[in-house]
Design a binder for this molecule. Structure first.
Ligand SMILES: [Zn+2]
Length: 138
């Protein structure tokens, strides 16, 4: 379903798809603003983005790199949490998978963690700093 972020449109309108150009606004749709995710997690995503805006951290968000994506995990046959649309990737070009040095602020991560998300940046074996998911599976 839609994770409508219309109320944060002013603050989040600069986000673009990481695999495209800054002109490709990630959250802009024909008649709403946001992205598609699992319906039970939508309120959690909304709350996390709300905290980010409230703490004025939204300027550190640059790209939206996807939520729903029916794919398997890297090097494994299991479904990725993206297949369930309960995970989101942010700032991927600066926080590549497996990189131990990355640019994802602890403060931004905390906004998601406070809402129950698991941050991939805390995984010791192959960290995934761009990744936030709403379950404990890997
Ligand atoms: Zn991810």
């Amino acid at each position: 379903m839609r994770c409508d972020l219309s109320r944060y449109q002013e603050e989040l309108k600069h986000l673009y798809f990481g695999w495209m150009t800054p002109e490709d606004k990630a959250f802009v749709h024909h008649n709403w603003f946001g992205f598609i995710c699992h319906r039970l997690v939508a309120p959690r995503f909304q709350a996390a983005f709300g905290k980010i805006v409230q703490k004025k951290l939204h300027t550190s968000l640059k790209t939206f790199d996807g939520c729903f994506n029916p794919r398997r995990m890297r090097g494994s046959g299991s479904w990725s949490t993206h297949a369930w649309a309960i995970a989101i990737d942010i700032n991927a070009p600066w926080s590549r998978f497996g990189q131990t040095s990355f640019q994802m602020s602890e403060e931004v991560a905390k906004c998601f963690e406070d809402e129950g998300f698991i941050w991939g940046g805390r995984w010791h074996r192959r960290p995934d700093a761009m990744h936030f998911q709403y379950c404990t599976l890997r």
